[in-house]
Every structure is written in C-alpha cells, then in structure tokens.
Design a protein around this ligand. Structure first.
Ligand code: MN
Length: 238
C-alpha cells in the first residue's frame, strides 16, 4: 500500500477515536475518508462503534457504497451517506455522520443553527436541513439506499454541514482534520447557541462574511487541535 493511502487510513482510525472521545460519536455514527489515490473509492469502518475501530476494520467502498472486495462482515446501513456525498462533491475528502444530542434539537426547531462564535465560521451561510420525509414519506429515518443518499447530498449542496431532521447531521471537509474539526465545533456551537437562547433576547450571530473569514483563518491551523486530539486519543488506547 502506498504512503498516502496508509496515512489516510491511519488518520481515519484516529478520527473515529477522536470523535468518540469528544462525544460527537457514541455507539453510532461514522466517519470516512476518500481514497487519496483513487477518488472513486472511500474508506469506512465495518459496522462497529467508532471508539474501537482499528485499521483491520476499514473497508474500501466504491461510490455506489458497495465494498470493492468480497466482504462478509456487517456493514453500516447508512454507508450511502458517504458514497453519494463523495459523488456529488469532488472537493470533499472526508465525511462525519453524527447523532450529537446537542445538535438534534436544531434539526427540528425553527431556530437556525448559525455561528455564534468564530470557531463555527463554517456555518456562516447556515446549515441546510434534510427532511427525509419530503421525498420518501414515513421511513425509519435512516439513509439506507442510494436514492436517499442522493437526496441528502442534494440538501447538503455546497455547505460544510447538513442537518438531518429528527436524526443528526453530516459534516464534510477537504481533509479529514477539517471534517472532524467541523463535527466537533458544530456540536459546540449548538450547545453554546442553546445557552445564549436561554439568556433571552435576540441572538447576534456572526455575519456571513465574518463567518467565511473566520473559517478561512481556522483552516490554516488545523494541525494544532489535531495534534492535541491525536495525543489524547492515543493515550486513551494504551
Ligand atoms: Mn444515522
């Protein structure tokens, strides 16, 4: 295996552990990375709680979300989230899907999830809400086929984060570090926004231009939080 692919697989294992440690993922949810050598493929764990994923658990998928080699292990039902976003968004290199308890209220509320601090500038233009019922009626709320994955990817469009009504959210990034960072800070911004709402009075969100400028700056220093998260995740595995 080439170095780029090896590094990206190791980063994906780390991403799983980091997201579990930060309570963005628990027994459910998942993270993936696009294959850096073959953009028509991506890596995602077999069906497993993210906190205990290892390199041996990673499965390579094509953009139809089928494993590229014969696979007998149980797979995530919602792998179509990943395949269809990678197909629609050539810029996206990594995806996180979470059921974060702090974020779920904003998937069903009329209060928009917009940035209230600079660390969530990637929410500058708001987070679209995917309502699976709009096209598929009453379902189990899970994205379990290509058509539902396509609909989610269409809702996401060019955004960094898409909320999923009554379910959770997806975050995307041009690197695995950015996708993980956005997932963690989507959760933080949701918690802080709820606090601000409880204070009462109107909310002074970041202006869209402020959010875009903040997002641009933060993306240049991803190695700093990643280094900390990586050290903590590795310490917790020992
Ligand atoms: Mn889910």
């Amino acid at each position: 295996m080439d170095d780029a692919t090896q590094t990206c697989r190791e980063d994906l294992v780390l991403a799983n552990h980091i997201l579990a440690q930060n309570n963005v993922l628990d027994g459910f949810g998942h993270a993936s990375v696009r294959n850096p050598v073959n953009p028509e493929r991506f890596f995602l764990s077999r069906s497993l709680a993210p906190g205990i994923v290892t390199l041996d658990d990673l499965v390579e998928f094509d953009l139809d979300s089928n494993p590229v080699s014969s696979e007998t292990r149980k797979l995530y039902l919602e792998r179509f989230i990943h395949g269809e976003i990678y197909r629609k968004r050539p810029d996206v290199q990594a995806i996180v899907h979470s059921h974060s308890a702090a974020v779920v209220p904003f998937t069903v509320s009329s209060v928009p999830l917009r940035p209230i601090f600079h660390m969530a500038g990637f929410l500058a233009d708001g987070a679209p809400v995917f309502d699976i019922a709009e096209r598929f009626g009453a379902t189990d709320m899970l994205v379990t086929c290509q058509e539902q994955g396509v609909a989610l990817a269409e809702s996401l469009d060019a955004a960094a984060v898409c909320l999923m009504r009554g379910h959770g959210f997806v975050s995307v990034g041009t690197t695995v570090q950015i996708a993980v960072y956005r997932a963690i800070y989507t959760q933080q911004n949701a918690a802080l926004l709820e606090t601000a709402l409880n204070l009462g009075g109107p909310i002074h969100f970041l202006a869209p231009e402020e959010g875009r400028l903040a997002d641009h700056s933060i993306q240049t220093v991803m190695q700093r939080p990643w280094g900390l998260w990586k050290a903590r995740a590795e310490a917790s595995q020992q």
